[in-house]
Design a protein around this ligand. Structure first.
Ligand SMILES: [Zn+2]
Length: 136
């Protein structure tokens, strides 16, 4: 399996950490989903978009070669949780204060529900892991 490490400055999300969600709560987004990883757009097919991603990342000395397809950005940096037609470029980064608002409920009404949903999700995930590891 390929492992991805988020290339956003200040983000340490790594696909290997999805085994240890309780240890790495950042690996779960505000909707209770495990973060996903999206590799840079192809240099040959989507060079423009690729450049926009790289610019948005504002990572110093980051000049990936055309052939470097393995650099990935995690879903936390996308407005929609993934690249979409409306928001194809990651925009939520430390430099624009993304992260400071982390954990704040979007509306006061559903904050309690979303927290418990998140825990339910982690619990289910851990259970599945346990079942898998014990059934060889
Ligand atoms: Zn990230």
């Amino acid at each position: 399996m390929v492992n991805y490490h988020c290339i956003a400055v200040g983000c340490n999300n790594d696909s290997r950490k999805s085994n240890k969600l309780t240890k790495y709560p950042h690996m779960v987004d505000e909707n209770g989903n495990i973060v996903r990883f999206f590799v840079l757009p192809s240099a040959s097919k989507q060079s423009r978009l690729r450049r926009r991603w790289i610019e948005a990342l504002r990572r110093e000395n980051f000049h990936p070669k055309r052939s470097e397809f393995w650099h990935a950005v995690c879903s936390r940096h996308f407005t929609d949780g993934e690249p979409t037609r409306a928001h194809p470029v990651p925009t939520l980064f430390g430099y624009n204060n993304y992260g400071k608002s982390q954990g704040k409920p979007r509306t006061s009404n559903n904050s309690r529900a979303s927290v418990s949903q998140r825990f339910t999700f982690i619990f289910k995930f851990v259970m599945i892991r346990l079942i898998k590891t014990n059934s060889f």
